[in-house]
Design a protein around this ligand. Structure first.
Ligand code: HPA
Length: 273
């Protein structure tokens, strides 16, 4: 697999306008930040050698290279989820390629269901830790020599970036929650019993992404920052129905605040962190 990663990175290096040290992966309904990128080059996934081929009609996905917050950045416009049928290696392949291209800080966002009773729909939760509830670990198999066989996981989400996010939120008057993100394999949302179980296990929010990418990024030694938009509340005593449309609507509402947090962090992370 390592040979394929290097082959893809080499192919991209010949075609990209800059060498970003920062990458962004955005989740459901959170494309607003992508719109703010001054785009220099967009490459559809289907043109990139060894890249997973998208299964979703009409949303093929592309890599964007450009400028945001005064920095060179690359962004994944469309991510790969385990529930779509990809292997964990496919889901995390782009992160490994990012590392080979020189990326050292990864920003990730997602839509998630809140299991913390103090959360409200539309809240932004800074991810302070995670629980991998997927059936597999993306580091399963021969160790890729970007990190140790048995990686420490005590500080996966950069405490410096979390502290800086808190400062940005205070300056802009944005309400931020903090909590533990648990990733399931999906594609089902949780039953009321499952939401209760996840709350008891220590989760504040539940979703279907992010953890694989972050595990691999951490294995590569990247700084990671993650944020969840709370799009529904499974943790309430009364069961509530959840739909994809509802999740997208709630994510839309939180977009401007999340975009400010991410853009400011990107601006400041190169300056003083
Ligand atoms: N569960 C899992 N994934 C989700 C949810 C949820 O409640 N909301 C948005 N993505």
């Amino acid at each position: 697999m390592y040979a394929k990663i290097r082959e893809t990175a080499a192919w991209l290096k010949e075609r990209i306008p800059n060498e970003p040290k920062t990458a962004i992966i955005l989740g459901t309904g959170l494309g607003h930040l992508v719109d703010r990128i001054e785009k220099l080059k967009c490459i559809p996934y289907k043109e990139i050698p060894n890249f997973p081929v998208s299964t979703v009609e009409g949303h093929a996905g592309q890599l964007i290279f450009g400028r945001l917050g005064g920095q060179d950045v690359m962004a994944m416009d469309g991510r790969f989820h385990y529930y779509e049928g990809y292997t964990m290696q496919q889901v995390t392949f782009p992160v490994r390629v990012m590392y080979e291209l020189g990326v050292r800080t990864l920003f990730v966002s997602n839509a998630a269901g809140g299991t913390n009773p103090y959360f409200s729909i539309g809240d932004i939760m800074v991810i302070t830790d995670h629980i991998n509830f997927l059936p597999e670990n993306p580091l399963h198999g021969p160790n890729v020599p970007t990190g140790p066989r048995f990686p420490d996981m005590s500080d996966v989400y950069s405490p410096e970036l979390i502290a800086e996010a808190d400062r940005v939120a205070e300056e802009y008057g944005i309400k931020l929650q903090h909590g533990v993100y648990l990733s399931t394999q999906g594609p089902t949302f949780e039953t009321p019993a499952e939401y209760r179980m996840f709350a008891r296990l220590g989760a504040d929010a539940v979703g279907m992404s992010t953890v694989p990418e972050v595990i691999v990024a951490h294995h590569c030694g990247m700084r990671c920052f993650g944020a969840s938009v709370i799009t529904d509340l499974g943790g309430t005593p009364v069961p509530v129905k959840v739909s994809h449309e509802e999740v997208q609507r709630a994510a839309q509402k939180a977009q401007p605040s999340l975009a400010i947090i991410m853009e400011e962090l990107i601006k400041r992370s190169a300056q003083k962190l």
